[in-house]
Design a protein around this ligand. Structure first.
Ligand code: SAM
Ligand code: SF4
Ligand code: F3S
Length: 453
């Protein structure tokens, strides 16, 4: 039986890589450590416990972990005189103690399904100085009933499901996060209602493919129903991610169009504009079906901010296939796109496909694609010129303390000078109307109108 009292008063620092799922898992780890009397530190050098929440979706994320872990060796001694280094998240789930072949200064390793045990593992490592590893079976319980520590008072990540059943041929996620497991709908709705009562104004519902929410409970997907119920809790802004095109139902588009608190933003990962490549990727839709969905969504929600993920250089991608991706970007007019160069992931089917395309060619394609995305993002933002947008204030600009930074309902970044006589820190989490006079590729800016609310 672990003696958790050794954790009381210890300081901890968590560095999170990867997606929002990991961000939320870090909030759970933080919540657990807070409940054991640990204190959050603002830098690794001030921490007795340094935790890396890792990602292995692309090779670069792996390499970054090894560097950061090793750099802990050269930190000054920790406040308590003994520093524990722990590795959680997707690399830990994939490699377990195999991680030690790449890093040698790790004390605790815990997988994506072992978060509930992190306090015991850390306490045991402090007590006996040994390595403690816990990597659960991939489909054992979920961590949604644990305490969590939110980084911001105005926004919350709310996982509605974990895992993924889609097995896109390039992707490691199903192997490190397991199969889809949906949370109970009433539990999610109660959680969001509770957050709204606490003053949270915006939530993002999380899942690798929220459109299949509820399917593992033996029914047809119930995401549209969930959206309507969450939208009815009093929360002001509801976002969700990610949405697989093959499962986006008309009833979900209807819910987005009809529920005022569901924000006009949709992340619909396309990955490629070529039907040939989409088939090799196992995405189960064609270019034409994707574009048809885009038109359906735009018909119902005219100025929707459509965002996407795109992979360049999937094995065997030809110049012509790539051109189709570029033309799809132009046609879909994305408000933003996350672009990635394909990264070979051992154990995935795509890793077996030979690819003769030189790296420089892929890089040139990537650079060309980024230019198109920047143009569509710029064009999208022009619609906001001379309109007034309600900005949810997140803080001040890193470059200028006198400039507020926040988000529009379309999830655009908005800048505006701190109104005269206002203290910027007291404005965080409030909504301020901004009359937009400048629209750039990555942000809007303008003057405030009226008072924050
Ligand atoms: N479930 C989400 C979806 O399908 O929209 C995506 C989750 S994944 C964490 C985020 C993005 O990483 C994917 O949409 C894909 O574009 C990218 N990605 C995944 N595997 C990749 C790989 N092997 N190489 C490059 N990019 C990859
Ligand atoms: Fe990966 Fe595809 Fe699942 Fe997204 S839907 S997590 S890209 S396997
Ligand atoms: Fe990375 Fe794991 Fe998310 S591999 S992208 S942190 S699910």
């Amino acid at each position: 039986m672990s003696d958790l009292s050794v954790l009381s008063g210890k300081t901890y620092f968590i560095r999170t890589f990867g997606c929002q799922m990991n961000l939320h898992d870090s909030e759970r780890v933080s919540g657990l450590l807070d409940s054991c009397g640990c204190l959050q530190a603002s830098a690794p050098e001030d921490a007795d416990i340094v935790i890396f929440m890792t990602c292995c979706v692309r090779e670069a994320a792996d390499t970054r972990l090894y560097g950061q872990c090793s750099s802990c060796k050269s930190l000054p001694p920790s406040p308590s005189g003994r520093r524990i280094v722990a590795v959680g998240g997707c690399i830990a789930q994939r490699d377990g103690s195999g991680l030690l072949t790449n890093v040698d200064n790790v004390d605790v390793i815990f997988g994506t399904h072992s978060i509930a045990h992190v306090a015991e593992l850390l306490a045991d490592a402090f007590a006996d100085g040994d390595l403690h590893v816990r990597v659960e079976e991939i489909d054992s319980g979920s961590a949604t009933d644990m305490p969590w520590h939110r980084e911001t008072a105005y926004h919350a990540w709310v996982p509605i499901m974990t895992g993924c059943n889609n097995f896109c041929s390039y992707c490691i996620v199903p192997y490190v996060r397991g199969r889809e497991k949906s949370r109970d709908m009433n539990e999610i709705v109660d959680e969001v209602a509770g957050l709204a009562r606490q003053g949270v104004r915006s939530v993002t519902l999380l899942g690798q493919n929220v459109n299949s929410y509820g399917r593992d409970h033996g029914s047809a997907p119930r995401f549209a129903e969930l959206l309507r119920r969450v939208g009815d809790t009093g929360i002001e802004r509801v976002y969700f991610t990610s949405s697989h095109p093959k499962d986006l139902l008309p009833e979900t588009i209807d819910a987005m169009a009809e529920v005022p608190s569901v924000m006009p933003q949709l992340h619909l990962a396309v990955q490629s504009g070529s039907s040939r490549i989409l088939k090799l990727m196992n995405r189960k839709y064609t270019r034409e079906q994707y574009l048809d969905l885009v038109h359906q969504v735009r018909d119902r929600i005219p100025h929707i901010a459509l965002t996407t993920d795109i992979i360049v250089g999937f094995p065997g991608e030809t110049e012509e296939n790539f051109e189709q991706t570029v033309s799809l970007v132009d046609e879909a007019k994305f408000a933003q796109a996350f672009t990635f160069i394909y990264s070979k992931r051992a154990g995935t089917p795509a890793a077996e496909i030979e690819d003769p395309t030189p790296r420089e060619v892929i890089q040139q394609r990537f650079d060309r694609l980024v230019k198109h995305v920047e143009q569509t993002a710029f064009d999208y933002n022009q619609h906001a010129l001379n309109t007034t947008v309600p900005m949810l204030i997140e803080g001040t600009s890193k470059k200028n303390n006198d400039v507020l930074v926040g988000k529009s309902p379309w999830n655009q970044t908005v800048h505006c000078p701190v109104p005269q006589g206002c203290d910027s820190s007291s404005l965080i989490g409030r909504i301020l109307d901004v009359h937009v006079d400048t629209a750039r590729t990555w942000y809007l800016s303008g003057e405030s109108v009226g008072d924050p609310r």
